[in-house]
Write a protein that binds this ligand. Structure first.
Ligand code: FES
Ligand code: FES
Length: 166
């Protein structure tokens, strides 16, 4: 057991108690803080289903020691929702384009696409492929995911009033 420590998750300070020092951030988010959105797939940094943002950087939470995240800003897929129960533009695009089947990979893909579009509002095909190259989906194939990214780009473009560049 380690002393209690505080993680800042989705803008809220959360105390972690009775934890073992070796617990991953993924484990603590899911099992101690009641945030099951990040999924435990491989737990080896291979599948991307556990992706969260740490100080604005996309990371595999299964590879981060939870206690080492003290003092950082953690954002999980639950924290992307502008209001409880409302989809983000990227989430809506995934639903509309049929990019969700079993949904296991979806939270990680949603995090990766948000990260991409926040950096590159008009990503090239290659940039989209690179951005989600660490996210493994066993169900949809990637055609629907690419369509969802395209739809999300279009939603943001319409929201910003910017014309398409291609
Ligand atoms: Fe973290 Fe697969 S569960 S990368
Ligand atoms: Fe099932 Fe991607 S929707 S793994």
């Amino acid at each position: 057991m380690t002393s209690p420590y505080v993680l800042t998750v989705n803008g809220t300070d959360r105390t972690v108690e009775d934890a073992w020092l070796g617990e991953s951030l993924l484990y603590v988010l899911r099992e101690r803080l009641g945030l099951p959105g990040s999924k435990a797939g491989c737990e080896q940094g291979e599948c991307g289903s556990c992706s969260v943002e740490l100080d604005g950087e996309l990371v595999c939470s299964c590879l981060v020691l939870s206690a080492s995240a003290v003092g950082t800003r953690i954002v999980t897929v639950e924290g992307l929702q502008p209001e409880r129960g409302e989809f983000t533009d990227v989430q809506q695009a995934f639903v509309d384009e049929g990019a969700v089947k079993c949904g296991f990979c979806t939270p990680g893909l949603i995090m990766a696409v948000h990260d991409l579009l926040d950096r590159r509002p008009e990503p090239s095909d290659l940039e989209v492929r690179e951005a989600i190259s660490g996210n493994l989906c066993r169900c949809t194939g990637y055609g629907r995911v690419f369509a969802a990214v395209e739809a999300a780009v279009a939603i943001r473009r319409a929201g910003s009033g910017v014309e398409a560049t291609t």
